[in-house]
Design a protein around this ligand. Structure first.
Ligand SMILES: [Fe+2]
Length: 252
């Protein structure tokens, strides 16, 4: 499987605290069937984690790669960012202060939990005008999506993609989130599942339990599409495969 969203780059956000913890998390991911994984530290968070592209991020990424190889952990590691939306996001993209997943066309973007959905639409459009495709991180966790889930339909129709969290599917974020994630899954409004893994003991970087849950509810083809095929296609800058339920709407 391929995991597009993790906080395993150590010492830069609320995820991994050390190189050892990062390697423990990568071993855990690999042991649970994830063999391609993107490090996506929080970035552009006001009064928080700024993490614009810099030598510390690149240095720690390289260090992790070296240790993974040395310790024979069966996983390929890539670099990206989870970008917190701001009015100047398009300027930051043009300045290459923020980078898409593995420098593809796909930008992992998150919003405040109680954002105005009209502002979300405005920002997603701004990102698209730079030539990138927004991959919205965990839509099911936002209050504005829980209240107006059909907004997701419009965002997908305009060319955006949706990434839901493994924890939402296996019931780790409460009933409202779980109901919303299934609302989206049932309607084919999800393109990828990721772990959003933060620690080796809580919000862990694994996908296999979510894969099994999706396979049980929606069939193995859907589980493969959301946990293996589409994440891999995003990572390699290819177009995603949409659910047949939604294919009439999606521009791809
Ligand atoms: Fe995250």
């Amino acid at each position: 499987m391929t995991d597009l969203h993790t906080h395993i780059l150590y010492g830069v956000d609320d995820g991994s605290e050390s190189l050892e913890m990062s390697l423990e998390m990568l071993k855990m991911a690999s042991d649970n069937g994830t063999h391609h994984l993107v490090l996506t530290p929080h970035c552009n968070v006001p009064d928080g984690y700024m993490n614009y592209m810099n030598s510390t991020i690149i240095g720690r990424y390289e260090r992790i790669r070296q240790e993974v190889e040395k310790r024979h952990i069966d996983i390929e590691v890539y670099l990206g960012m989870e970008v917190y939306a701001s009015d100047d996001v398009d300027e930051l993209i043009k300045a290459e202060e923020i980078i898409p997943i593995n420098r593809t066309r796909y930008l992992l973007i998150e919003f405040a939990f109680e954002e105005d959905p009209m502002w979300v639409s405005y920002i997603l459009e701004k990102v698209q005008r730079t030539g990138l495709t927004p991959l919205l991180a965990h839509p099911e966790r936002y209050i504005f999506v829980q209240n107006f889930p059909y907004m997701v339909h419009d965002w997908i129709r305009s060319g955006c993609l949706m990434q839901v969290n493994r924890g939402s599917i296996v019931g780790r974020f409460g009933q409202a989130v779980e109901e919303t994630v299934h609302f989206l899954l049932e309607r084919g409004l999800v393109h990828a599942v990721a772990s959003d893994g933060h620690r080796p003991y809580a919000r862990t970087p694994i996908l296999n339990d979510a894969y099994d849950c999706i396979a049980d509810y929606y069939g193995q083809m859907t589980a493969d599409r959301l946990c293996r095929i589409n994440p891999r296609r995003i990572l390699t800058n290819q177009r995603v495969i949409s659910s047949s339920r939604h294919s009439g709407y999606h521009p791809y």
